[in-house]
Design a protein around this ligand. Structure first.
Ligand SMILES: C[S@@+](CC[C@H](N)C(=O)[O-])C[C@H]1O[C@@H](n2cnc3c(N)ncnc32)[C@H](O)[C@@H]1O
Length: 284
């Protein structure tokens, strides 16, 4: 039997988590915190969640413990080439337009926000590499992958994956861009060099300024954990960090309020988003 969490402790803890990260745990997810943090209480030899909350919020180890907690409570489900129809739109429509628009600078910057263990940004790197072909050497491509969990970023930085991570990867891609070593798949060194991983909390809108401007932002399958207020913060951040003619992709089952900053553009299986000003200009 694990350590039980009272409703009051759950309420206090989820408020702390929300304030810090924007991640909202609804009433029916108490068991997630209880089970994922129960083992942490045992490691720390704490008797109950009240002591854990005090340890988290008052002790000298606050910063480290918040990190440890996010490593444990985040849902990091991902895979290479996840939701291929959406990625096809990126590769076959958005990317060619962008390469044309940036042909004088030959510089392209992509942000994979909430990238988990790196499968998404590496997928984008593979797509860009495949699209550029022999021209790849002439272009400066920068892909930034960020996440709130240090644990998943450590995996991302190794570039070594299991069969599970490869479950939605086309065979041709496996052969061309990975080396198989027993049960492991090693990403091609050229692709690895295109991606730079950074610890970043999407709640920290101003902290994202350090990344500079991006031509495309992918933020998929994380908004589901945020409420409207947090989504608004994140959307404002993306509006600040996206080039005027840039494109935002979110998860195909997710939505954002679009009125001020972004307009929805219908694509296969959903929408991508463009800045309102760019859309108005296109329509004029
Ligand atoms: C389900 S994964 C999605 C990974 C990838 N984007 C995909 O669609 O396959 C969600 C990721 O969001 C991260 N995350 C959750 N809250 C975050 C926050 N406030 N800031 C940055 N990353 C966050 C989690 O750690 C997790 O790795």
């Amino acid at each position: 039997m694990g350590i039980a969490m009272s409703d009051k402790q759950f309420g206090d803890l989820r408020k702390i988590i929300y304030t810090r990260s924007g991640i909202h745990f609804p009433d029916n997810k108490k068991y997630v915190l209880e089970s994922r943090l129960g083992s942490r209480l045992q490691e720390l030899e704490l008797e109950n969640f009240e002591d854990y909350i005090a340890f988290l919020t008052m002790g000298p180890y606050q910063q480290d413990e918040f990190q440890e907690m996010f490593n444990r409570i985040t849902i990091n489900e991902t895979s290479f080439f996840r939701n291929e129809p959406q990625l096809d739109v990126f590769e076959k429509q958005v990317l060619p337009e962008l390469l044309e628009a940036r042909k004088s600078t030959k510089r392209l910057r992509i942000w994979s926000a909430a990238c988990s263990s790196g499968e998404e940004p590496y997928t984008l790197a593979i797509q860009i590499h495949r699209c550029l072909g022999l021209r790849a050497a002439d272009w400066k491509i920068e892909i930034v992958g960020c996440d709130i969990s240090e644990k998943v970023l450590e995996i991302a930085q190794t570039g070594v994956y299991t069969d599970y991570a490869m479950r939605t990867t086309p065979t041709l891609i496996k052969t061309r861009y990975f080396k198989q070593d027993g049960q492991q798949w090693l990403i091609d060194e050229q692709i690895k060099k295109m991606v730079n991983f950074q610890l970043h909390n999407l709640k920290d809108r101003l902290g994202a300024k350090r990344f500079g401007t991006f031509d495309v932002i992918f933020c998929r399958n994380v908004m589901i954990y945020f409420d409207d207020a947090m989504k608004d913060t994140v959307v404002q951040c993306f509006s600040d960090q996206l080039a005027a003619d840039g494109t935002l992709f979110i998860g195909h089952s997710e939505n954002i309020r679009t009125s001020n900053q972004f307009a929805a553009m219908p694509i296969a299986q959903g929408f991508c988003y463009r800045k309102v000003k760019a859309v108005t200009k296109l329509a004029a």
